[in-house]
Design a protein around this ligand. Structure first.
Ligand SMILES: Cc1cc2nc3c(=O)[nH]c(=O)nc-3n(C[C@H](O)[C@H](O)[C@H](O)COP(=O)(O)O)c2cc1C
Length: 332
């Protein structure tokens, strides 16, 4: 890709980090594929990595990467995460993709994000200002301990100030490259889909997408949230027009990211719309679970079976449904 110190705002390359255990067959990737296709149409290079195919260890919280081997994780040679991060920062945009699992990102996605620490310098700085001088204790500290404690420490533990961020935000510094330039982590984006229908479930991820970049000293420039995500698993011909429409908006988003560095408000609004009515989604989900459990008695399932007989639906549960159908009808 490119030398990390020369990152500019143009998005010419995108790495998709897929954190779903379903990997290439995931609903996350179904969404990402169209977005990346649009990005490629606009001239970008794209690559996808599956975290569930990557050798990964949990961060052990030992701060080796800060203190003992600065910039190197204790697992750098033992698994593939540090090299993946080193590769990811050579792209112009890092897309993080995950299904919503227990109301948050999948375990491996979080595991990957935690392992970013070696890319940061341990020292703190205030409000992004590397020249801000931290207040040091005055000369003769022991004589003046109360003078020092008074203004600098006691206010912080005063219950009145307990919940307040006084004086600004503090973050780790960016590492300095050998040539003196700051090492940069490129902007990130989130693609997250959920099995339940409502978009409000993504509030926690949205908050996270705003907070995490402050610590990575970059920004989040892409947010794709998709309730009703399990609709993609059906891959049913019934939904093709709906999928096609959504895919077209995703491709448009991909083209816009490459062209302008962000998704336009119009495209974002289209991407947030429900694919189908939420109550219908619930009916379809319940009918699906009934079928999976061998119960074809509901009116909806009878319609689906009849439709399937006529049109040969491309449902990925097709074989299972056929087997169950044989069993169900032959026993009548
Ligand atoms: C262990 C587990 C936990 C889940 N938790 C939630 C949840 O909290 N909210 C939700 O809407 N869907 C939840 N789901 C459903 C997934 O979000 C849904 O299947 C999604 O499409 C998976 O995306 P993927 O195919 O990209 O992995 C959960 C699924 C699993 C397997």
């Amino acid at each position: 890709m490119k030398d990390n110190s020369t990152l500019d705002n143009k998005i010419n390359s995108i790495i998709m980090i897929n954190g779903s255990p379903r990997r290439a067959k995931s609903n996350t990737q179904y969404i990402a594929d169209s977005l990346l296709e649009g990005a490629r149409e606009a001239g970008a290079i794209t690559e996808t990595v599956y975290l569930y195919e990557t050798r990964m260890q949990f961060c052990q919280g030992e701060f080796h990467c800060f203190e003992k081997t600065p910039g190197k994780c204790m697992y750098a040679q033992k698994d593939e995460v540090q090299s993946l991060w080193e590769k990811a920062v050579t792209f112009d945009l890092i897309l993080i993709g995950s299904g919503l699992y227990a109301s948050f990102l999948t375990g491996r996605t979080k595991m990957f994000l935690e392992r970013v620490l070696p890319l940061l310098d341990p020292h703190l700085e205030k409000n992004g200002d590397p020249d801000y001088i931290d207040p040091s204790p005055p000369e003769g500290l022991l004589n003046n301990i109360l003078d020092f404690l008074g203004p600098h420490i006691l206010p912080a533990i005063d219950p009145k100030n307990y919940n307040k961020d006084r004086g600004g935000e503090y973050h780790h510094r960016l590492r300095i490259n050998e040539d003196g330039t700051h090492f940069k982590i490129p902007p990130i984006g989130f693609i997250c889909n959920a099995g339940l229908p409502e978009q409000s479930q993504f509030e926690v991820i949205k908050e996270y997408a705003r907070d995490l970049p402050k610590n990575l000293r970059n920004e989040c420039i892409v947010e794709i949230y998709r309730g009703q995500g399990e609709l993609f698993t059906f891959r049913s011909a019934l939904f093709w027009p709906i999928f096609k429409r959504y895919q077209n908006h995703l491709k448009q988003a991909g083209r816009e990211i490459v062209g302008t560095g962000k998704i336009s408000e119009e495209t974002q609004a289209e991407l947030e719309k429900p694919l189908i009515d939420h109550d219908w989604y619930m009916s379809l989900a319940n009918a699906h679970f009934d079928r999976e459990l061998g119960d074809f008695s509901s009116p909806l399932n009878r319609i689906i079976l009849a439709h399937e007989k006529i049109h040969g639906l491309a449902d990925n549960t097709y074989k299972k449904v056929q087997d169950l159908k044989k069993k169900y009808f032959s026993s009548k």
